[in-house]
Design a protein around this ligand. Structure first.
Ligand SMILES: Cc1cc2nc3c(=O)[nH]c(=O)nc-3n(C[C@H](O)[C@H](O)[C@H](O)COP(=O)(O)OP(=O)(O)OC[C@H]3O[C@@H](n4cnc5c(N)ncnc54)[C@H](O)[C@@H]3O)c2cc1C
Length: 408
């Protein structure tokens, strides 16, 4: 029997504890908060999007994709689905996204805690680990009042996104003290900011778009879906899915621009869009330009885009010269927005960066620096897109560490 300590009762910590307890090991979870799974409860707007059957690697971002490919295997994916089945979670599947049928994140959290209790796992709350010492092949894990000794240690302290949930980045210091390096953490899955005067006018509008991310003049990524226009810039799932790249570029003081296609369902070039509006203008006689776009686009947005093109929405389309028609069409299909900042760690869902995958054994999540130490979850350099990928990685990495310990 081994004494196993897990630091952090989040998604990856709870699942790793359950697997580690399977061979009569004595398992203790140390959690700084007075309750467990604080971040897990917030996920998916309280519904917990805990899995995605489309585990294509393009939905994950890391400096070491080849290693990640060996972690997110088909076998590991199947094992996680069997695990949730086994702890009684019935999924509600929307496209490829999994939620508990209750649509409540608390169902996932309670099922994990109940399983932990049944396996005799001890959870010590209000235990903030601030020091780890390795001595005689054991770990001395200290808070400012107590210390606990373990044969095996799993660090599952998360990142520094949304720090009020307890994962405030102190885990990076803990692993650094054990000779690990850290790829600079940056906010990921965040809203993007600009400095435009028209933001206060477009605040509150939601509309379907295609976003193209440009570094200097090179297009590097595209995402489609609904965006929310805000008083500081843009938000929404498709914005979040670009933000991981944006934060890295801004951190390197690079120029970042997003081109917004406000009419993504009209697959037209600028010239063809002008012809389309010409025809619409002939058909819908006596309408001003603003009225020509009725039903095509949010009317408030039409006025903003026309004003930004320096065109009075009350004018007739026939009154515009070719240059003005081109400008209107460009602002509808390729509206250019300079991105100057992102929301902070406080508002980020996850962080990029963390412990490089080159410093762990991909089969077991065991540290290649310290024997008996395991690192799991968001503390590692893996960030997933929106859609359940971050929890997917937390489950798989946690399961691998716990299993490696119980198989030992
Ligand atoms: C608002 C929001 C919505 C999200 N929605 C989704 C979603 O729907 N789907 C999805 O896949 N992902 C989602 N995520 C991301 C997902 O929640 C995280 O990636 C995942 O929870 C990370 O799990 P983890 O176990 O690595 O860390 P965490 O869940 O952050 O757990 C770490 C735990 O360690 C504890 N801890 C930290 N330091 C110490 C210490 N020194 N001593 C003791 N305890 C410590 C913390 O208190 C915390 O409980 C969302 C995130 C947020 C913020």
């Amino acid at each position: 029997m081994q004494k196993v300590v897990i630091i952090g009762a989040g998604a990856s910590g709870l699942i790793s504890a359950i697997y580690a307890a399977k061979n009569n090991n004595q398992v203790i979870i140390l959690e700084r908060n007075n309750n467990c799974g604080k971040k897990l409860l917030l996920t998916g707007n309280g519904k917990c999007n805990y899995w995605n059957t489309n585990q294509d690697l393009k939905h994950y971002h890391t400096q070491n994709p080849l290693i990640l490919n060996k972690i997110i295997t088909k076998t590991n994916q199947q094992e996680i689905l069997t695990f949730f089945d086994h702890i009684g979670i019935i999924p509600r599947i929307k496209n490829s996204l999994y939620y508990p049928y209750s649509n409540q994140s608390v169902s996932i959290c309670y099922a994990l805690l109940l399983e932990a209790e049944l396996l005799g796992i001890k959870i010590i709350n209000n235990f903030l680990v601030d020091k780890i010492i390795v001595k005689n092949k054991q770990f001395i894990i200290k808070s400012n009042q107590e210390e606990i000794i373990a044969d095996k240690l799993i660090i599952a302290t998360g990142s520094k996104a949304n720090p009020k949930t307890g994962s405030d980045g102190n885990g990076y210091e803990l692993v650094k003290s054990l000779n690990h390096s850290i790829i600079k953490p940056l906010p990921a899955l965040v809203s993007l900011k600009g400095e435009e005067n028209y933001f206060k006018k477009w605040k509150g509008i939601r509309t379907d778009v295609t976003l193209s991310l440009y570094h200097n003049e090179n297009k590097i990524k595209e995402e489609s879906g609904e965006i929310q226009l805000t008083d500081y810039g843009i938000s929404g799932i498709c914005v979040f899915n670009l933000s991981n790249v944006v934060t890295k570029l801004l951190d390197q003081k690079q120029n970042v621009k997003i081109k917004i296609d406000f009419l993504p369902y009209l697959k037209l070039s600028i010239e063809d869009l002008i012809s389309f509006i010409d025809k619409r203008n002939q058909m819908l006689k006596k309408r001003n330009i603003g009225e020509l776009f009725d039903s095509l686009l949010n009317y408030k947005l039409v006025n903003i885009l026309l004003t930004e093109s320096k065109i009075n929405p009350k004018k007739s389309w026939n009154d515009l010269n070719n240059k003005q028609k081109k400008l209107v069409s460009q602002n509808l299909k390729q509206f250019s927005l300079k991105i100057t900042d992102t929301n902070s760690f406080e508002k980020a869902q996850v962080c990029s960066g963390g412990v490089p995958l080159t410093e762990i054994n991909y089969q077991t999540m065991e540290s290649l620096k310290v024997k008996g130490l395991y690192i799991v979850g968001e503390l590692l350099d893996v960030v997933g897109d929106c859609g359940g990928y971050n929890l997917s990685f937390a489950w798989i990495s946690g399961m691998l560490a716990g299993k490696a310990i119980s198989d030992n």
